[in-house]
Design a protein around this ligand. Structure first.
Ligand SMILES: C[C@@](CO)(OP(=O)(O)O)[C@H](O)COP(=O)(O)OP(=O)(O)OC[C@H]1O[C@@H](n2ccc(N)nc2=O)[C@H](O)[C@@H]1O
Ligand SMILES: Nc1ncnc2c1ncn2[C@@H]1O[C@H](COP(=O)(O)OP(=O)(O)O)[C@@H](O)[C@H]1O
Length: 273
């Protein structure tokens, strides 16, 4: 079974408090971004152990701990009838970019195994498996715009009118680790209610919707503010860091983004939400 795990963007991101379990409560709107990896899961040849074949963008870390493998093993622990699998991942979405790429691969691996082997796991149970793999992983099970709270794993439906907006995502070849980014944050309540702010026209968001990681990361990574400023100079109605970085995106509600030149080492995605 071949699936295409997509990335996500954060529209606003407020880190509101540190929790006793070491994680942080947050408030953010997550939206699917149609920038995808390719993931294939097939039953193994007779007697072969589960294998992972990686192509595309190199993924740091031991392949045995790749989130696709961990997702599959999580299901195998509860479904002994699940055979070994051959997993092929062609990695395209930048890593450590705040685009949720690893979490998307894990969630799509759960969904693909559920469909391929007819496990009939209900959607709520798939979300529960996903929560064990990463804070934002459960988002990719339903893969619809949500207001996320808690650890980034508690969702409420939200009305959004960004579908079809022009979007440019710029990854400056900079891996920012999520724990490192959190270490730079002082939690505080959001200045504005996010649900109300995203309901207003996109042109108003520049004044009302913020990502707390921007200020926290600015001293160490000035390139992030440079990219944002260039997106605004090219006519974006709204521009922001996604997640804990380092990808920065711009949105254009009703017209094509102007062509922009970026350094050769940057990776740029251009399309529509
Ligand atoms: C904070 C967000 C916002 O979108 O950042 P990005 O990963 O997108 O940049 C995500 O929810 C991240 O989700 P995810 O990347 O799955 O995080 P996890 O693997 O669960 O956690 C990685 C580390 O980040 C910190 N962490 C993560 C989520 C959270 N709510 N509080 C935290 O303090 C913890 O130090 C944790 O050990
Ligand atoms: N399939 C995968 N794709 C990307 N990263 C993975 C994967 N499996 C494990 N990882 C690990 O997860 C970490 C976070 O990756 P990713 O989800 O892309 O970043 P972010 O949380 O910033 O969106 C990486 O450092 C990587 O080592």
């Amino acid at each position: 079974m071949l699936v295409f795990p997509n990335a996500k963007l954060n529209l606003g991101l407020y880190i509101t408090e540190r929790r006793p379990d070491g994680f942080h409560n947050l408030e953010s709107v997550f939206v699917p971004l149609p920038w995808t990896d390719a993931l294939e899961i097939l039953p193994s040849e007779d007697g072969q152990a589960t294998s992972l074949t990686l192509t595309g963008r190199p993924i740091p870390g031991d392949p045995a701990t790749n989130l696709c493998v961990r997702a599959y093993e999580l299901l195998q622990a509860d479904f002994p009838q699940l055979p070994s699998a051959q997993i092929f991942l062609h990695k395209i979405v930048p890593i450590g970019a705040g685009l949720g790429g690893g979490s998307a691969d894990a969630a799509f691996a759960l969904k693909a195994a559920n469909d391929l082997f007819s496990l009939n796991i209900p959607i709520e149970a798939l979300e529960a498996y996903a929560r064990r793999l990463g804070s934002d992983c459960a988002f990719f099970i339903r893969n619809k715009p949500v207001l996320a709270t808690g650890r980034g794993d508690v969702f409420e439906e939200i009305e959004l009118n960004v579908a079809g907006a022009g979007c440019v995502v710029v990854y400056p070849d900079l891996h920012i680790s999520t724990p490192e980014a959190f270490a730079r944050i002082t939690p505080q309540p959001p200045a504005q209610a996010l649900r109300a702010a995203v309901a207003q026209p996109l042109e108003t968001w520049r004044e009302t919707i913020h990502n707390d990681f921007e200020r926290a990361l600015a001293p160490k990574y000035p390139v992030l503010a440079d990219i944002k400023q260039r997106l605004y100079a090219a006519g974006a109605a709204y521009a922001s860091l996604s997640g804990s970085g380092s990808a920065v995106y711009g949105l254009w509600p009703d017209r094509e983004p102007r062509t922009m030149q970026w350094p050769a080492e940057f990776t740029v995605w251009k399309g529509r939400l």
